[in-house]
Design a protein. Structure first.
Length: 437
């Protein structure tokens, strides 16, 4: 029984006097393993459960036991080649015995003239990252457990034909390898050989590094659709200098898939500062009062159906200055300027501008409401729009938090912030103030 098998599952039925062979026990093991994997991927989903952060490493550490950053095998056996094979993503982990020597490794470390200056002939490559301990589940339902962490030499892990790059993706995948060779008690006439056989199978992992952007999993649900992506990608590293450690701000871990049956579409950026104070002229420019090309901009993490951008989904409410009975509220008219009528079925954002001539005054507050429960994504699920902490970042400034009181990461430890709590739907609320200086 496999993930794509159409055959009904079979379990071993015991009876007195039954003759059992190794094949029978292997099939019984497979029955229970496949049942567990079936429940995992169809009921719970797949992705990163916890940990598995990717961090720059300044030292020259190597991958410890249990990890397989370069594909090197411990004494007793190597992971079989087919365990690292993937039809959809090229496996870029290179066994240590197959890795090409680095340029200059055989050269003496004395100084030579290069470009009119003097540099050491051998400059060690220090582009390494550490994968911290953690747990993930791949799309087949296999648990990928990383104990103790692992250091990955990005240069050695890359294919030789992909090393002309400054951007790489780092991921892990499930692997197995036989361990503990044992000699049989007696020879089997049907066996292939009478030599030692491995008595145990070790469940391990392999680190994969590629310079080619991995394909996205476009399945709307992991329950019944077949699985095609075996590698769990953890981070993208940009602006690599092979002779220096990667910069921490160039390691982007938001490429990972969180554990679950589907990944909710969230709001990833807006073009106004939540809770900020604008002048009247700044607010008019932001709202597009007189500028056809301006307006409030919202960006999504994935496709949203354009036909769900209907009147009433976005609402601008102005609360005039004052308090008690002196304060009044009115609604500012507006419309979707983007996407246009010929923009297609899906969009990754919208621009909403003011269309009326009402003017703002000193002391006003502008409330922005986006009813995310009415915005449907590509899979017709509601956008997860809860504006947690008011920290959705500014567009074109992903490292800048909209919240004025901090730039900390969300609870997952993977930034930047987005909307959403994982429940889906809800209302995205934000506001800014008007104050003449």
């Amino acid at each position: 029984m496999t993930a794509e098998s159409d055959e009904p599952p079979r379990r071993l039925r015991y009876f007195h006097g039954q003759m059992l062979a190794a094949r029978d026990f292997q099939r019984e093991q497979n029955y229970h393993r496949e049942k567990a994997k079936l429940r995992m991927r169809r009921v719970l989903g797949y992705g990163v459960v916890c940990g598995l952060f990717v961090e720059p490493v300044p030292g020259d550490d190597d991958c410890g036991p249990g990890g397989d950053a370069s594909g090197a095998a411990p004494p007793g056996g190597a992971a079989p080649a087919d365990a690292a094979h993937d039809e959809s993503v090229r496996d870029t982990s290179v066994p240590a015995e197959q890795a090409e020597p680095e340029p200059g490794d055989a050269a003496p470390p004395d100084a030579v003239a290069e470009g009119g200056g003097t540099e050491p002939r051998h400059r060690p490559r220090r582009a390494k990252v550490r994968v911290t301990p953690g747990l993930a589940v791949d799309c087949d339902g296999n648990e990928v457990l990383v104990r103790g962490g692992c250091v990955v030499d990005l240069w050695k892990a890359l294919r030789p034909d992909e090393r002309d790059t400054d951007t790489v993706w780092v991921g892990i995948r499930y692997a197995e390898r036989p361990v503990e060779p044992t000699r049989a008690v007696y020879n089997d006439a049907c066996a292939d050989t009478s030599d030692c056989a491995y008595g145990w199978t070790e469940e391990c992992y392999r680190v994969c590094v590629t310079a080619c952007e991995p394909p996205a999993d476009e399945r709307c649900d992991t329950c019944c659709a077949p699985c095609a992506h075996k590698v769990l990608w953890l981070a993208r590293v940009d602006d690599l200098d092979w002779h220096r450690p990667p910069r921490r701000d160039r390691v982007h871990m938001n490429v990972r898939r969180p554990f679950g049956r589907h990944v909710p579409t969230v709001i990833t950026g807006v073009n106004w500062i939540h809770g900020h104070t604008y002048t009247v002229d700044e607010a008019r420019a932001l709202l597009g009062t007189q500028d056809q090309d301006a307006g409030l901009v919202v960006r999504f993490s994935d496709d949203v159906r354009t036909d769900s951008l209907r009147p009433g989904v976005v609402e601008l409410q102005v609360i005039e200055g004052g308090s008690g009975r002196n304060a009044s509220t009115w609604y500012m008219g507006g419309t979707f300027a983007e996407p246009g009528p010929d923009s297609g079925e899906f969009t990754r954002g919208f621009r909403y501008r003011q269309t009326t001539r009402e003017t703002l005054q000193d002391g006003d507050r502008v409330m922005i409401t986006v009813r995310a429960a009415f915005l449907l994504d590509r899979c017709r699920r509601p956008v997860d729009g809860t504006h947690v902490g008011g920290r959705v970042p500014l567009i074109d400034a992903p490292g800048t938090s909209v919240a004025p009181d901090g730039h900390d990461l969300p609870p997952s430890g993977i930034g930047p912030w987005t909307s959403g709590t994982g429940a889906g739907g809800d209302v995205f609320e934000s506001w800014f103030f008007i104050k003449e200086r």
